[in-house]
Design a protein around this ligand. Structure first.
Ligand code: PA5
Length: 447
């Protein structure tokens, strides 16, 4: 089967070929450090061999649990934030019918909660859950994150009122640390079915653990194919770090060479609306992994052709500190052609009979050429189609690409010290016990 491919020919006018090639020894060194688990943050490298070493019993258990949820729930609520929901959402939204909410389905409709603290969002969600049979998973590796904890407290009450305590327990699955955290304690005390987030896998690298696999399986997608796609790329990566054989190494080198030449913003571009959340997942992966110590490429995303009518102007003509990475899909899963029209008032008869995808593809090609002409280097990553197998390939590609890039940048791509600052201020402002000194310091902001 064909694999994901990369094309960096459209960065060559901007960076010297040597600037990429000169990074080969360094990438080789980081590639070895990741595989040998000797680099920075090496206690969080469990994702590296996850696809090839995943426990087959775990997969079967997840499939069995997913089936029992599918048998009784019309809606499955995934409670989690950041790495505890974006991977699942990226895969589910890429694979599901764009109008699934409005069509009859064999599988539960997946709804997300605890990824914001919007009161209206949660209140409106409750109104929906009043009307449908549902089950939920609460996902938090630390087991102490505020946003999902608030959502879970509310939905746990709702479930218990709707179904009674005993049945509510049957409708809750906790995914958390094997031993520590408030969620683990609650799950043990209440008797919830539980899956473990491995110690050595951080949130944003956890999509191929139960964190991603359970929601994806409940939504009705083939988690074995997803893991298999990732495994193939894991194998390919293991064999070599040479640019000619390993597109991940080339991606890491190309984006670092562009960064060194002043291209500080990378825009992930897609032309398929159902890849919106893949971009959101990628933004978290790269933003949280690389943006530290005053360094890092800023990860942005656009969804074309929609955003060609908004951000397109800036990309074509604004400040020249951007480069684009296009996620190109060779073939759609459906076929729909543009009809002929006798009147031809819209002047579209020159494309009558063509598949819509052909037009989309020409928009992609035309945009790439225009943006390169306008001073925006372009990396192209292509997959034959959007399915579980190729999404698995992309997941591993981007995870490993992030590790190699982060090491090349000189940071630890597996920690996130910067996310604590807002939490400390929020806790202090809310008067959380233990934050008394900070609360006193912040009093002036509450006036
Ligand atoms: O990638 C990460 O580590 C973070 O985005 C976490 O996943 C996110 O903060 C949620 O953390 P937790 O799973 O502990 O609730």
């Amino acid at each position: 089967m064909k694999n994901l491919q990369i094309d960096i020919s459209n960065i060559k006018v901007f960076v010297d070929k040597n600037a990429v090639n000169q990074l080969q020894p360094e990438i080789k060194k980081h590639h070895k450090a990741v595989l040998d688990k000797t680099g920075k943050g090496n206690d969080f490298l469990g994702w590296v061999d996850l696809p090839s070493s995943i426990d087959k019993h775990l997969i079967s258990s997840i499939e069995k649990t997913a089936k029992s949820i599918r048998d009784k729930a019309e809606i499955f609520v995934v409670i989690g934030i950041g790495g505890s929901y974006l991977g699942a959402r990226a895969v589910i939204e890429a694979l599901q019918d764009n109008f699934a909410a409005l069509k009859s389905r064999k599988n539960p409709y997946i709804i997300y909660a605890g990824q914001n603290i919007g009161e209206d969002y949660t209140a409106e969600l409750i109104e929906v859950l009043d009307k449908y049979d549902y089950a939920l998973t609460v996902i938090s590796k630390s087991g102490t994150t505020t946003e999902p904890a608030i959502a879970f407290r509310i939905l746990k009450n709702h479930l218990e009122q709707k179904y009674g305590k005993k049945e509510a327990v049957q409708r809750i699955i906790a995914i958390t640390d094997k031993a520590k955290g408030a969620l683990k304690k609650l799950a043990t005390d209440e008797g919830y079915q539980t899956y473990v987030v491995p110690d050595d896998v951080g949130g944003r690298y956890s999509v191929l653990t139960p964190v991603g696999l359970l929601p994806i399986a409940v939504a009705g997608f083939d988690i074995r194919k997803l893991v298999e796609g990732a495994r193939v790329v894991e194998e390919m990566n293991k064999k070599s770090s040479s640019f000619s054989e390993n597109p991940i190494a080339l991606y890491a080198a190309a984006r670092n060479a562009l960064y060194s030449s002043g291209k500080e913003v990378e825009i992930l571009v897609n032309y398929q609306p159902n890849l919106f959340y893949l971009t959101e997942w990628w933004k978290q992966l790269y933003g949280e992994s690389e943006g530290k110590e005053g360094k890092g490429i800023f990860p942005a995303g656009v969804n074309n052709t929609s955003d060609l009518h908004s951000m397109g102007q800036y990309i074509q003509d604004g400040r020249r500190f951007l480069f684009e990475t296009v996620l190109s899909v060779e073939k759609p899963n459906r076929e729909l052609r543009i009809p002929t029209d006798k009147e031809n008032l819209d002047g579209l008869d020159y494309i009558a009979g063509k598949q819509i995808h052909e037009v989309n593809h020409m928009a992609e090609l035309g945009t790439t050429l225009a943006h390169v002409d306008g001073g925006v280097p372009n990396i192209r990553i292509s997959i034959p189609k959007v399915d579980e197998y190729y999404l698995g390939q992309l997941i591993y590609f981007f995870e490993m690409g992030c590790a190699l890039s982060g090491y090349t940048l000189g940071v630890n791509p597996f920690d996130q010290p910067g996310v604590e600052a807002y939490k400390t201020n929020m806790f202090a402002l809310l008067g959380k016990p233990g934050f008394e000194n900070e609360t006193a310091r912040m009093k002036k902001y509450l006036k």
